[in-house]
Design a protein around this ligand. Structure first.
Ligand SMILES: NC(=O)c1ccc[n+]([C@@H]2O[C@H](COP(=O)([O-])OP(=O)(O)OC[C@H]3O[C@@H](n4cnc5c(N)ncnc54)[C@H](O)[C@@H]3O)[C@@H](O)[C@H]2O)c1
Ligand SMILES: O=C(O)C(=O)C[C@@H](O)[C@H](O)[C@H](O)COP(=O)(O)O
Ligand SMILES: [Zn+2]
Length: 360
């Protein structure tokens, strides 16, 4: 097992990465305060892994409440969030209760938000079971739900007590979900570590095959990169926005198509290809590098051609991006691999990117 530390002063926490971690009581033990733990999961993950986690918590003397939500991005809503509060109140959870988020990014984001809100804040532990959630969403404390008009529009920065990433859970992940997670892995290489991007390029077969050694490296290096960024800028005052590379276009695809039609990672994969093209138009990135990123994205079985939502619709959807300031949308661009920057871009160039990609 590898353990990284996300340094955030009194909100610092460990990120454990390794095989067979779900059933290790010691990893949960010191993060529990009271005698009740609620495990929040979904209908797909519960039959696979809930029993193991519940039994482990019970072995620590915890009373365990299992809260099973419907599965899907389309359920990342107020109504479904309410089911977590219903479950907590049903078992009279008090302020010492702990939530365990067992699942992918949807479960992690919603459970974290519920933890931030319930009685104005209780503890929670992230137990990510998708590649995407192990390399990205379980780390850094962004929690929340979607709004029909925009992704993750309602939420809170709220850090977990610990992240327990059991690499064995990836063995049951469908190939499409594996690819979605690889999009955020590519993102980490593209924005912060050119060598890591080359490693991804050279290990594409192992990554596509979910090879355990390749997964271990992808998860560990991604968590290192993300932790270093978040430690410097927890609440996205500046630097943290680089983690949003590909997301301005990607979130527009997700909301525009209807949540769940394109997986988050698929939309981000395609969004990164568009953001790289925009970086070329702005004069920051070479055409050769943009084309290399597109090749890597395609090789990891991610879409590189955006859906035809229409140019105006894209511009409308992107105008609600959380990075916008004073009505001006700011994009994450690549200034070469391993170097990202945030800047406003002339609409005309964005439109050129969308038109050239066939988004119109
Ligand atoms: N908070 C953040 O920093 C952050 C970062 C990236 C993405 N996100 C959010 O995360 C979400 C996407 O996360 P995701 O890609 O994990 O999607 P997800 O949570 O929908 O999980 C994907 C699918 O895999 C299933 N699943 C989960 N674990 C499994 C396993 N081990 N075996 C088999 N099936 C399994 C789920 O039930 C689901 O059907 C989006 O809502 C996105 O906005 C948040
Ligand atoms: O942690 C971050 O910061 C990120 O931007 C990571 C993204 O991969 C993630 O999708 C995040 O949820 C997007 O945040 P948002 O603020 O654009 O909703
Ligand atoms: Zn993302």
């Amino acid at each position: 097992m590898n353990t990284l530390q996300l340094d955030l002063g009194e909100r610092s926490y460990p990120i454990h990465i390794g095989a067979n971690l779900l059933a290790q009581p010691d990893l949960y033990k010191k993060h529990l305060k009271g005698s009740l733990t609620a495990v929040v999961t979904n209908e797909t993950v519960a039959p696979l892994y809930a029993d193991r986690v519940v039994k482990t918590l019970e072995s620590l003397g915890q009373k365990v409440k299992l809260i099973v939500l419907p599965d899907g991005e389309v359920f990342k809503t107020w109504e479904v969030l309410q089911k977590i509060f219903d479950g907590l109140l049903e078992c009279s959870a008090d302020r010492k209760a702990t939530l365990v988020a067992l699942g992918g990014g949807v479960i992690g984001d919603m459970t974290g938000f519920a933890a931030a809100c319930y009685m104005r804040g209780i503890r929670f532990i992230q137990v990510p079971t998708t590649l995407l959630s192990q390399v990205d969403s379980s780390v850094g404390g962004k929690t929340g739900i979607n709004h029909p008009l925009g992704k993750n529009m309602v939420g809170a920065f709220y850090q977990p007590q610990a992240v327990i990433a059991d690499l064995d859970t990836l063995k049951t992940l469908p190939p499409k979900e594996l690819a979605a997670g690889l999009a955020e892995v590519i993102k980490h290489g593209a924005i912060a570590d050119a060598e890591f991007l080359t490693w991804i390029e050279n290990n594409q077969n192992a990554l596509n095959a979910c090879d355990p050694k390749a997964m271990e490296h992808a998860v560990r290096r991604s968590c290192e990169i993300k932790s270093q960024v978040v430690a410097q800028d927890e609440k996205e005052g500046g630097l943290r926005a680089i983690l949003n590379f590909g997301h301005t276009f990607g979130h527009a695809i997700e909301a525009g198509m209807g949540y769940g039609q394109w997986l988050h990672g698929e939309a981000v994969g395609c969004g990164m290809v568009l953001a790289a093209d925009l970086s070329v138009r702005v004069g920051l990135l070479s055409e050769a590098d943009a084309s290399r990123l597109k090749k890597i994205t395609a090789a990891l079985r991610l879409p590189t051609v955006p859906p035809k939502l229409g140019i105006n619709r894209y511009m409308e959807l992107m105008s609600v991006d959380k990075k916008a300031e004073g009505g001006e949308v700011r994009y994450i661009l690549l200034d070469g691999f391993g170097r990202a920057k945030i800047q406003a871009v002339d609409d005309a160039l964005v439109i050129q990117t969308l038109q050239a990609a066939g988004a119109g």
